[in-house]
Design a protein around this ligand. Structure first.
Ligand code: IPE
Ligand code: IPE
Ligand code: MG
Length: 244
């Protein structure tokens, strides 16, 4: 590897940060409050982190908001979360559009309320020309579900004679994931002390660096994210190679 490329590999900025926003429920329970209060506090944090992201050098920010497994929660909590997502889009649309944010969603949409689906499609279309910050929110997202859906598309293309099995490459599969066209995350953050990935971006984060913190999501600040990015930028990413 040439010296220049080596420097780039070692000091690559955290262009794409993906966050597993965990701990809203515990934040509320610790205070004797209903879990939904924690989710509302969590949404306020999302606003603040989105606003701070460009200043931290982030160009791509991907947030895990609701997993394919989160349907196992009470109806009250699920409906409350869906209402928070709809309200976030309605309230933040003007600001996001005005601040150059491009908003997208990943995950399986057909199970979501039609009104929420319309809000999601509306803000995606409205902000499609922006590129200061690419904000992607994962709703009803599961990495395994995403891979199954991509595989189904590939099987259909093969069955219809549009794709030959020998033309199936990593790039061809990646292009059919919900994240097709998005770069892989450089840094994945999880709050609340859990050290698992819970089905978040298993394909895309194959070579990501991870940062875990005990901080619950409603207490997570741009300063703490900045400290994680500083640590990240001093790490050596080898990508399987030997770096002298
Ligand atoms: C993360 O917080 C938000 C979602 C998963 C929707 P949790 O609701 O998982 O909070 P804890 O883990 O119960 O504290
Ligand atoms: C992961 O958090 C999903 C989101 C943050 C949206 P969970 O709280 O659902 O994950 P587990 O159940 O602790 O693995
Ligand atoms: Mg949790």
């Amino acid at each position: 590897m040439s010296k220049d490329l080596r420097a780039e590999t070692i000091f690559r900025p955290a262009d794409h940060v993906a966050i597993i926003m965990d701990g809203n429920g515990r934040w509320a329970t610790n205070r004797g409050l209903p879990r939904l209060v924690g989710h509302r506090k969590g949404a306020e944090r999302v606003r603040q982190i989105v606003r701070a992201a460009p200043g931290l050098g982030i160009r791509w920010l991907t947030l895990y908001a609701f997993s394919t497994e989160n349907w196992k929660r009470s109806t009250e909590e699920v409906l409350g979360l869906m209402a928070i997502f709809a309200r976030y889009i309605e309230r933040e649309a003007d600001r996001l559009a005005g601040e150059g944010v491009r908003m997208r969603f990943i995950g399986e949409r057909s199970r979501l309320d039609p009104k929420l689906q319309r809000l999601m499609a509306g803000i995606e279309a409205r902000t499609a020309g922006n590129d200061r910050l690419n904000l992607t929110v994962a709703i009803n997202y599961g990495g395994r579900d995403e891979i199954v859906r991509a595989t189904r598309k590939i099987a259909e293309e093969v069955a219809n004679g549009l794709l030959r099995p020998s033309d199936l490459t990593e790039a061809a599969l990646a292009a059919r994931l919900d994240t097709g066209g998005l770069p892989d995350p450089d840094l994945v953050v999880r709050t609340s002390g859990e050290t698992r990935t819970s089905n978040f971006l298993p394909w895309q984060a194959a070579y990501a660096e991870y940062e875990f913190t005990e901080t619950l999501w409603p207490d997570f600040t741009p300063d703490e994210l900045g400290a994680m990015i500083n640590r990240y930028s001093n790490r050596e990413r080898r990508f399987g190679a030997v770096i002298a």
